[in-house]
Design a binder for this molecule. Structure first.
Ligand code: SF4
Ligand code: SF4
Length: 126
């Protein structure tokens, strides 16, 4: 699955664009996170790997801003096990192994980037 972040402007937030794309393309999309306000909106989606290009095109055709998200990567050689990422993660993706090295549950991560910004030794990258 590939994660993409959709950004909607004030003219798009009250339209059922995501539903239109699902029906038009016939592809199930997994909504991981949605934040909608009257003037803007963001939705984080998971798209089956083989259909990323066509789904992205369908949203772009409707003038939605689409960003394909990369998976979080950790450079274990740099990590000093300080715990800053652990305490900031909003959905408890991060834990520590018995040997005090960091463990990420990649399936749960929503690529918000908070841990990347918090890491004092730049061991994390998205
Ligand atoms: S990118 Fe966000 S969700 Fe993923 S591990 Fe870091 S803080 Fe948690
Ligand atoms: S913030 Fe960086 S150095 Fe600290 S535990 Fe997380 S990855 Fe390791």
């Amino acid at each position: 699955m590939t994660r993409v972040l959709l950004k909607f402007n004030e003219n798009q937030v009250d339209q059922a664009i995501t539903s239109q794309v699902i029906i038009e393309q016939g592809i199930p999309l997994n909504i991981l996170r949605a934040h909608i306000e009257p003037t803007r909106g963001e939705i984080l989606l998971e798209i089956p790997q083989d259909h990323v290009e066509q789904v992205v095109e369908a949203f772009q055709k409707r003038k939605v801003i689409v960003t394909v998200q990369k998976q979080l990567e950790i450079d274990e050689k740099k990590c000093i096990s300080c715990g800053a990422c652990y305490s900031l993660c909003p959905i408890n993706v991060i834990s520590f192994k018995q040997d005090h090295t960091v463990n990420f549950d990649e399936e749960k991560c929503i690529s918000c980037g908070q841990c990347v910004d918090a890491c004092p030794v730049r061991a994390l990258r998205i």
